[in-house]
Design a protein around this ligand. Structure first.
Ligand SMILES: Nc1ncnc2c1ncn2[C@@H]1O[C@H](COP(=O)(O)OP(=O)(O)O)[C@@H](O)[C@H]1O
Ligand SMILES: N[C@@H](CC(=O)OP(=O)(O)O)C(=O)O
Length: 458
């Protein structure tokens, strides 16, 4: 049995819906579909999730919402019209959107989550209705009914373990199940969404929970490439890779698959196949367990991300001081801030953060408290920061890989602020200035993916 997730671009309009239905009905193993909200139909278009965020913001401000409401409903209506659905068929979607501002929410965070979640919730309902009109047996399954229970972080939730026992109880026979992606319910019964791009996570949870043999993830590219195709022209496709390679690469910028979506797949040992909705016959990329995996090249991919910032701290004899890091972590805890990495030297320490977690003046207040608590000789907040991640199971047993990573950066005059290699030895992370990130990716890509093997180069 296969669980199949379609991204926003695959469900953006009527013709895309048609391709999705064709894909679902062409293979009897495809029993469960997980939908995103309608995405961009063309460059410059706006995703329904972003329209819903605007709808939520205007509602919070008690401003006029009629224009944004029309924009959102028209996206569903256009899909309905393409399949000749009636006004009555679309009435539940209109009603649900219309009633969103009138519901009770514990706070604005939960209001935002409920609005956002309706992008996928209504799209899944619409998909089930369209399928039924075509005499395909299909049933919408709400995460409430399925028991997808998540932590009470309204816009950044993670799944709770009882979800899997609940999903195992779900009964279905000869009908397709249509799940909305992106959200679940907290133990108190409120809607909470995963982080952006989180429909991939729902797909993986459902695949694990229902014991799928394969999790197919359909998107708008033929495969996962060795570098972001927006940075490198026509990069090489990756045919097979391991779960942990994918997790590191998606964490560091391969937005094609959400890094947190790997975890349920690993737990359930469900292989993932990333494929193109527009060219479904192509093999795509297969993501598999590490066991018995034979890498056929040194590196699998190179990713970059500019969502990071770094805090640099310097004080002599830092290495001798008991409790320095503890005091630092206490300040981070006070501001409910997590850190990503903490490379250190004898007298200095760099802390790398995911910037997306900071509110407007958190950084200023947090740095003030760190100064008070630690009295560093130097404290520098480095906002101009990018992370480059070079990943490959094939790196593990090779000597001199770092030389081939650094050489192209030197040639391109890219300064490296930090180098970090994890204990798994399948990834090397470099810190550069933001403006240098694309140059670094291009250089490393050329070095490893030009025709001549790395071993033969001088
Ligand atoms: N290494 C990569 N390989 C393929 N696509 C990538 C890579 N890195 C970034 N992307 C981008 O990811 C996009 C697909 O992800 P996303 O827009 O989230 O899809 P969906 O809406 O189907 O979930 C591609 O169009 C591509 O621009
Ligand atoms: N619609 C949500 C969740 C999602 O996964 O979307 P997509 O499949 O289009 O990346 C978002 O935009 O964040």
């Amino acid at each position: 049995m296969k669980v199949v997730k379609f991204g926003g671009s695959s469900l953006a309009d009527g013709p895309q819906f048609e391709k999705v239905i064709q894909i679902m009905t062409s293979d009897p193993e495809r029993r469960v579909i997980v939908t995103s909200a309608p995405g961009k139909r063309h460059e410059g278009d706006i995703k329904v999730t972003d329209l819903l965020i605007e709808y939520a913001k205007l509602t919070i401000k008690h401003a006029d919402t009629s224009d944004i409401f029309d924009q959102i409903f028209s996206r569903y209506q256009a899909i309905g019209d393409y399949f000749n659905l009636t006004e009555d068929d679309l009435a539940p979607i209109w009603m649900a959107l219309n009633q969103l501002p009138a519901q009770d929410y514990p706070d604005d965070g939960y209001l935002m989550a409920a609005f956002k979640a309706h992008g996928e919730r209504l799209n899944a309902r619409l998909m089930a209705t369209v399928m039924n009109h075509q005499n395909i047996k299909a049933r919408f399954v709400d995460p409430k009914e399925a028991g997808i229970i998540v932590t009470d972080e309204p816009n950044n939730a993670t799944v709770l373990p009882e979800t899997y026992a609940n999903l195992a109880e779900l009964s279905y026979q000869d009908e397709l199940l249509v799940f909305p992606g992106f959200f679940g319910f907290t133990p108190a019964g409120q809607i909470a969404t995963f982080s952006r791009g989180g429909s991939d996570i729902t797909g993986a949870i459902v695949a694990r929970g229902l014991g799928a043999d394969l999790y197919e993830n359909f998107t708008d590219v033929d495969a996962i490439y060795a570098a972001n195709p927006k940075i490198v022209d026509h990069p090489m496709a990756i045919h097979r890779m391991t779960y942990r390679e994918m997790r590191e690469l998606s964490y560091a910028g391969f937005s094609v698959f959400h890094d947190e979506a790997i975890i349920p797949a690993i737990e359930g040992q469900v292989p993932i196949n990333v494929k193109n909705t527009n060219r479904p016959d192509l093999p795509g990329t297969l993501i598999v367990p590490e066991k018995n995996f034979q890498p056929d090249q040194t590196i699998t991919g190179v990713a970059s991300s500019t969502r990071f910032a770094a805090l640099y701290l310097h004080r002599y004899l830092l290495n001798k001081e008991v409790g320095f890091t503890l005091k630092l972590l206490q300040v981070l805890k006070k501001y409910n801030v997590s850190y990503e990495h903490m490379p250190s030297g004898i007298d200095d320490l760099t802390v790398i953060f995911d910037k997306t977690q900071f509110g407007d003046d958190t950084v200023k207040k947090m740095c003030h408290d760190i100064r008070e608590a630690l009295h560093p000789d130097t404290l520098e907040w480095i906002d101009d920061y990018a992370i480059i991640m070079v990943v490959g199971e094939g790196m593990k047993n090779k000597i001199g890989v770092i030389e081939h990573i650094v050489q192209p950066l030197v040639k391109r005059n890219v300064g490296v602020h930090m180098i970090n290699q994890g204990a798994s030895r399948i990834s090397i992370m470099l810190g550069t200035r933001r403006a240098d990130a694309n140059k670094a990716v291009q250089g490393i890509y050329d070095e490893f993916f030009s025709n001549e093997p790395v071993e033969n180069r001088s």
